[in-house]
Design a protein. Structure first.
Length: 487
């Protein structure tokens, strides 16, 4: 329960900081060119995170897939997001940008469904509709206001003045379009980040993503810096720039990755509603922007979508109302397999109720090890379960309920970074010294490795060879792995 609340707090604080620096970037954009601003942001953030770049001893080397994900995380979530957002807020208002960005939870849910295969409930689809209607209402109100303004001015405007007004309206639409592009980038950032948190620490993700961003924007930043008069930037703006850089590159990324490590991507997307709320608040209270009735209705729709997406489902009610263990376990299974945010406290409650029932606790362990893999989260979970006070590898039933259940979970076990196979080889060798029969049974998890596609096939064979090379392997386990290698 405490971990879940800490994760929620990290996600909410991260998006609140994003919203504040999105709004406060308007005065920066007015003085510092966008590419130079982005370059300075990544540079200052990089200096603050130099000590985070070093690979921890317990972290696996970066695979080609992880390297590609890191590049995409930076290109979409840092580089393109910064460009779209900075240009966008320069052409529209902070309040308008905030309302448009209320669509982020809906877009994250859609991307989680498409790329992470997370289940999206009917109420989340309704939340998607609320966000879409809110944005449509904002756009329609601005269009009608613009048309009425032009009609009211009529012939009082010269042709040049009228052209200027129309150009301003066009800039506003372009600004809103760019902000929506930033929404798509932010949603991709959430989904890709969920995959990265399964294999890397939040600090290292933050530093490497920032480093890629700095590399991407450096050519543009240097070109603009060569012609820019740095003396034109006042001391208060330099202070604001430092806050912007640290908030955008260090604090928000680390907070977000820390929270995302323990929360499904579609659920974490809900917390992005804090972004438009904080952006609008800063726009109104600090920048003196107008908050219209249309903005209010649009925000109400966005918050209605948030409520729809987070309201507890029937499974939680059935878990609470169950009169026997079987019904309660089935409800718990529904919460776990759908990645519901309230699955964690339900698991804790279930364990407290049945902690003295060994076979029930075996099922409790197995349920978590065999749960759907949401961005690589199952293997870290399994490693945590092995540290649980009720787990012992020497207990055959516990070993099967955690390790064997994980190896029977295809999406979690067959990872592109081979971490699942490495974990398997370590556990087979460890178990072989305790219980050769259980180890031999576990060793058969990869006896059909030759039918896997690349790069899984080569990685699986290396893991089997690693086990077979153990000099004191038991006869039973040696027979299984030798036969598998010969296949």
């Amino acid at each position: 329960m405490t971990n879940r609340l800490v994760a929620y707090g990290c996600l909410a604080l991260s998006m609140s900081l994003v919203g504040s620096y999105v709004a406060l970037s308007k005065p920066l954009v007015a003085v510092i060119p966008v590419f130079l601003l982005a370059w300075l942001r990544f540079g200052i953030g990089g200096l603050a995170m130099l000590h985070w770049l070093k690979k921890p001893a317990d972290e696996a080397p970066l695979t080609p897939q992880t390297q590609r994900l890191l590049f995409l995380e930076s290109f979409l979530g840092n580089f393109l997001f910064s460009i779209c957002m900075l240009f966008g807020v320069g052409l529209t208002s902070a309040v308008s940008a905030g309302v448009i960005m209320a669509a982020i939870p809906a877009v994250v849910a859609l991307m989680s469904w498409a790329f992470l295969r997370e289940r999206i409930s009917t109420r989340v689809w309704l939340a998607v509709g609320c966000a879409a209607v809110g944005i449509g209402l904002l756009a329609l109100s601005k269009y009608e206001l613009s048309e009425q303004s032009l009609q009211g001015l009529g012939t009082n405007l010269s042709s040049n003045a009228r052209a200027t007004v129309i150009a301003g309206i066009s800039d506003m639409w372009l600004g809103n379009l760019l902000v929506f592009g930033a929404v798509l980038c932010e949603a991709a950032y959430v989904v890709i980040g969920k995959r990265l948190t399964g294999v890397m620490s939040p600090k290292r993700i933050s530093s490497l993503v920032n480093l890629w961003g700095f590399a991407l924007v450096t050519p543009f930043g240097l070109y603009v810096a060569w012609q820019f008069d740095f003396a034109s930037v006042s001391a208060p703006l330099w202070s604001l720039l430092v806050f912007y850089a640290l908030a955008a590159s260090v604090w928000t990324v680390w907070l977000w990755m820390t929270g995302l490590k323990n929360i499904p991507a579609s659920q974490s997307g809900v917390f992005t509603v804090m972004l438009p709320v904080s952006a609008a608040l800063v726009g109104v209270t600090v920048l003196g922007e107008h908050f219209s009735a249309a903005h209010g209705v649009a925000f109400a729709l966005a918050l209605a979508g948030l409520l729809l997406a987070t309201w507890p489902e029937k499974a939680l009610q059935r878990f609470s109302d169950a009169s026997n263990m079987s019904d309660r376990f089935n409800a718990l299974s529904a919460l776990v397999t759908t990645g519901h945010a309230l699955a964690a406290p339900a698991l804790k409650q279930f364990h407290a109720m049945f902690k003295d029932e060994a076979l029930v606790i075996d099922k409790w362990f197995s349920l978590q090890s065999s749960s759907p893999d949401l961005g690589g989260n199952v293997l870290p979970l399994v490693k945590q379960l092995m540290k649980h006070r009720d787990f012992s590898l020497r207990n055959p039933n516990r070993a099967r309920s955690v390790v064997s259940a994980f190896c029977s979970n295809p999406a979690a076990f067959h990872r592109a970074d081979a971490a699942g196979y490495i974990f398997w080889s370590e556990r087979v060798i460890e178990l072989d010294a305790m219980n050769p029969q259980v180890a031999a049974r576990l060793a058969r998890a990869l006896d059909r490795w030759s039918k896997l596609a690349e790069p899984y096939r080569s990685a699986a064979r290396q893991a089997i060879a690693r086990v077979a090379a153990k000099s004191d392997l038991s006869k039973d386990t040696l027979e299984v792995v030798t036969r598998a290698l010969a296949a």
